[in-house]
Design a protein around this ligand. Structure first.
Ligand code: COA
Length: 212
C-alpha cells in the first residue's frame, strides 16, 4: 500500500502523503491533468498529488480545478480548499471543505544551509542556536517547509519569506505546533503551523480561515 501517512484532522479536513511506487498509468487512468509536463518524474509527482485529492474526498471535482496566475490550483466555487506538495518519490495533499490550507513536504538536504539568510529573519536565526536535538540542516529544513506551507496557504504570491512569514520561539520535537504569523501591511494573522518529522521526510501544514 503506497499510502505513507494519513491524518484526518477533523470532520472537514484531511491530509495524506503518498509514496509513489506506481507507474504513471496507475494515476492517469483516473486522474485528469490540465497542463503538459514533459519531465516524466515531475509529471508522475503531479499526477500523484492530484490523485490524493479524490483519495481524501471521493467527491472532489477534478474537472473544476483552475490554475491562478500565481500557479496556485483552486476550485472557483470553493467546495474544497486544497494544497499539494511533492518531493522525490513522495506527494502530499491537504483538503478541507471549510478552511484555507497549505502543505509542504521536504527531504532534508545540507544545501539548505546556503540559503538560510534568504528565508529566515535574524530573530529566527537566533532561535536556531538553542536547538540541540536535531542537526542544523534538519531544523532549517523544517523551517523552510513551514514557510513554504504558509506561502501556499496565502496563495497570492509576492511574499518576502524573511519579513512576512515569521516563526515564533520554538523547540523542535519529532512533531509539534509552531506559532507563526503572516504579516502584511502591518496586519498580522496568527497561523498555528503543524509539523512532523519522518525518518527521511518533513511535513508542515497550516489551516486557518482568516485572510487579510
Ligand atoms: C510555488 C512553490 C511554493 C512550490 O514549492 P516547491 O517546493 O517548488 O514544490 P512543491 O512540490 O512543494 O509544491 C508544488 C505545488 O504547489 C502548488 N502551488 C504552486 N504555486 C502555488 C501558489 N502560488 N500558492 C499555493 N500553491 C501553489 C501546486 O499545487 C504545485 O503542485 P502542482 O503544480 O503539481 O499542482 C515554490 O516554488 C515557490 O514559488 N516558493 C516561493 C518562492 C519565493 O518567494 N521564495 C523566496 C524565499 S527566499
Amino acid at each position: 500500500m503506497p499510502l505513507f501517512y494519513q491524518q484526518d484532522i477533523n470532520d472537514t479536513t484531511r491530509l495524506a502523503i503518498w509514496k509513489i511506487e506506481e507507474a504513471e498509468s496507475f494515476f492517469s487512468s483516473t486522474v485528469p491533468i490540465q497542463r503538459e509536463i514533459t519531465h516524466p518524474h515531475k509529471r508522475l509527482q503531479h499526477y500523484a498529488g492530484r490523485y490524493l485529492l479524490r483519495y481524501l474526498f471521493p467527491d472532489f471535482p477534478y474537472e473544476e480545478i483552475l490554475i491562478a496566475d500565481t500557479k496556485k490550483p483552486y476550485l472557483p466555487y470553493e467546495q474544497y480548499h486544497f494544497s499539494i506538495s511533492h518531493c522525490g518519490d513522495y506527494a502530499a495533499a491537504i483538503v478541507s471543505s471549510n478552511k484555507r490550507v497549505g502543505i509542504d513536504i521536504e527531504i532534508p538536504k545540507d544545501r539548505i544551509l546556503n540559503i538560510r539568510h534568504k528565508f529566515l529573519h535574524p530573530e529566527e536565526l537566533n532561535s536556531l542556536l538553542s536547538q540541540t536535538t536535531y542537526t542544523y540542516s534538519q531544523v532549517l529544513t523544517i523551517l523552510w517547509c513551514a514557510k513554504e506551507a504558509m506561502y501556499k496557504w496565502w496563495g497570492w504570491g509576492l511574499v518576502d519569506f524573511k519579513e512576512m512569514l515569521r516563526i515564533g520561539e520554538f523547540n523542535l520535537q519529532a512533531e509539534g505546533v509552531m506559532s507563526t504569523r503572516f504579516i502584511k501591511d502591518s496586519i498580522q494573522i496568527p497561523l498555528p503551523l503543524h509539523y512532523k518529522q519522518f525518518e527521511k521526510l518533513c511535513l508542515a501544514w497550516v489551516m486557518n480561515e482568516n485572510t487579510l
